[in-house]
Ligand binder design. Structure first.
Ligand SMILES: [Zn+2]
Length: 313
């Protein structure tokens, strides 16, 4: 292969994401925190259900940031992690505001507490938390959780929310490709499955984006495993940003006859010249590998891209 290849890296530009995250991320985090705070007061689930609830809340905070980051064309992952961390802290704070508001409304007669009073008064929130911790208010296996144990649970909960929202803040964008020429995210455009290499050296070469190796390996059916899945990306506007991300795919048997696919990204995405991209996309399944194919597996160029080379550069 003669064409140039290069490794794709996010440019680090943040686009309009700070504005979008600020104006939309804060209100949506407040909505999520409101729901979470209320559910915690009226349905103090314990055990695995409450862990799932915390997970759901924190990942929802993170994923909304990654979605807002995507729509704001953010190609700077550290910035999104930072946004995830800050909104994670805010999510903890605001869910406490709502929790204390709902808690006093439920259990304290004639409470005059408002959300605004609480949100502007962390000292008062701290006092209320101390009171609740002293008495405890829900039971696990018949004994009331209070004091140090309750504080420890609260701290664990807060850390969990902050860490999970930080980690999930790049979820929707970190494997995406951006065309800097056109200022657009690339589309995913099908994939090609090629034979899993027999040695580690060849696997490493693929991870490094050695296209000669990728071209040499025969194409196999999409349902043959293990395989290397070459997932194509393509700028919707131009032919300058086209290429592949490579994944190893194994089929795992869970022991009860249920088969699942385990995919793992190897190496960074590789940008190719349009001709070389087409050469891989239009590979045909070689006769040599056909014998391994599942009988029901249609020999498929079904996921092959329709050649749409506008200018053939
Ligand atoms: Zn483009």
């Amino acid at each position: 292969m003669s064409g140039l290849t290069r490794v794709y890296q996010h440019s680090g530009k943040i686009g309009t994401s700070p504005l979008i995250i600020f104006f939309l991320g804060i209100p949506s985090t407040m909505i999520l925190g409101f729901i979470y705070g209320y559910v915690s007061v009226y349905n103090p689930l314990t055990g695995i259900v409450s862990v799932l609830l915390i997970l759901l809340f924190s990942v929802a905070v993170g994923i909304q940031i990654s979605l807002l980051g995507k729509s704001g064309k953010c190609r700077n992952m550290p910035f999104l992690y930072l946004a995830g961390f800050i909104l994670g802290v805010f999510a903890v704070y605001y869910s406490w505001v709502v929790f204390l508001y709902a808690f006093t409304n439920r259990f304290v007669d004639g409470s005059e507490i408002t959300l605004l009073k609480l949100i502007l008064n962390p000292g008062k929130m701290w006092d209320y938390m101390g009171l609740i911790a002293k008495e405890g208010w829900f039971e696990v296996s018949g004994s009331k959780i209070k004091g140090g144990l309750l504080w420890a649970a609260w701290i664990g909960e807060a850390l969990f929310i902050i860490i999970a929202s930080t980690i999930s803040a790049t979820f929707m964008v970190n494997e995406m490709i951006f065309c800097e020429n056109c200022n657009k995210w690339c589309d995913e455009k099908g994939s090609v499955s090629i034979m899993f290499p027999e040695d580690q050296e060849t696997l490493d070469a693929i991870a490094e984006g050695n296209m000669d190796v990728v071209l040499e390996l025969p194409k196999i059916g999409a349902h043959q495993f293990p395989q290397i899945n070459c997932e194509a990306f393509h700028c919707p506007n131009c032919t300058n940003t086209v290429g592949f991300s490579f994944r190893t795919v194994f089929q795992i048997d869970d022991g009860e006859g249920k088969l699942t696919e385990e995919k793992e990204l190897i190496g960074p995405p590789i940008i190719l010249e349009a001709d070389d991209f087409e050469a891989i996309m239009t590979k045909t399944i070689s006769a040599a590998t056909d014998e391994n194919a599942f009988p029901a597996d249609p020999v498929e160029p079904v996921d092959a891209i329709e050649p749409e080379q506008e200018d053939g550069v």
